[in-house]
Design a protein around this ligand. Sequence first.
Ligand code: APR
Length: 390
Amino acid sequence: MHVPVVIIGAGPAGLALANFLQKSGIGCVVLEARDRRHVEERQRAGVIDHYAGRLFEEFGLAEQVIGGAPVETLLEIRVEGVPRFLDGPLLSGGRPSRLVPQQFLVRRLITAFEEGGGDLRFGAADVHPHDFAGDRPRVTYRDPDGVTHELTCDHIAGCDGFHGVSRRSVPDGELTTFTFDHGIGWYTVLADAPAPRYPLMAVSRHGFAAQFARGPHASRFYLQHQPGDDPRNWPDAYTWEQLRLRLGDDNLPEAAISGREVVEMRSFVAEPMRSGRLYLVGDAAHIITPMGAKGMNLALVDAYALATALVTAVRDGDDAGLRNYSDTCLRRTWDYQEFSRWFTEMVHDSGDPAPDAAFRRRLALARLDRLFTSPAAGAAFADMMAGTAL
Ligand code: APR
């Protein structure tokens, strides 16, 4: 079977790309290693920034795919228990982001693709891209019945995440990789605690904490912890005590905790995001800290950049967009990495109680204060939160 584009991976990147191509009349097949249920239930990101939302509008998919509540207008940043509020959409000139939990986004993208007649194959094992250095790439895989298949194609989109096969298939020496460990761990718990009025981040000498709504009756809490420590062993009473201290809220009631995870803050970028006719998209090419909520948005913008480049290449025979794909996406990737690191440093350093961190702590608090006192600084922050145009 020959198809113009084979997409490896059905996460946000692969599914967005599949829909953009389908809307443009370019044929593609999506190969996903896991089963449908796993993909549809995976909970990770939850914010589509204003710019990424506009990309879905451009393809007539906004209503079906990202319809949902605009994100709360205010962000609360509490410093040692004292609340301060930032109005992102106002500061960015009216560009609100949207709350779209990843599992809803993914389900809607699957539905839209299948309703349009899309070919999405779950449970594809041993997926391998081949011959992408030439102009006749192939992808082989085994279906759930154990039958081996081969697809020939013009282009391969590697949308298979950080641990996928695509990046690993690039010949040795072609990629330069950058890895950074921020030295910060987060313990995240899902609890039956009423949602906060506004998304809340708290800076304190006890460490960073945050609380975000997960529906009206549930919250996801985040607590900074020392790397190496395993907070999944913390007694729940200790978790609640820490949250009360860090959020500066003595009355925060204990609630049932249903999910416990540990996130170590790491960043990664692979350059270039292409090898011949294999393109790396989303987490396959880069991972970023959760600060600023840019991981999924980067994946969606990569998908958009690749889709528009593939459309002109396949339809018009013009591959200038494909030649520029990596540079275009890397520019944005590094811009967002810088923002995410800046944000991470600001909220973690400003609570660091270590004596040798006293100077950095003051700097971070000044940086934080500037967001509220300088309209230009507030607007620059809000601009990044809204997402910057390609
Ligand atoms: N073959 C086929 N599919 C694969 C393979 C493989 N060898 N390896 C991984 N996959 C699939 C995974 O099962 C997953 O469904 O590829 C998909 C990759 O999805 P993600 O890891 O979510 O990556 P991406 O689509 O780039 O989205 C990245 O979304 O979750 C948010 O913020 C998060 O930064 C992240 C962003």
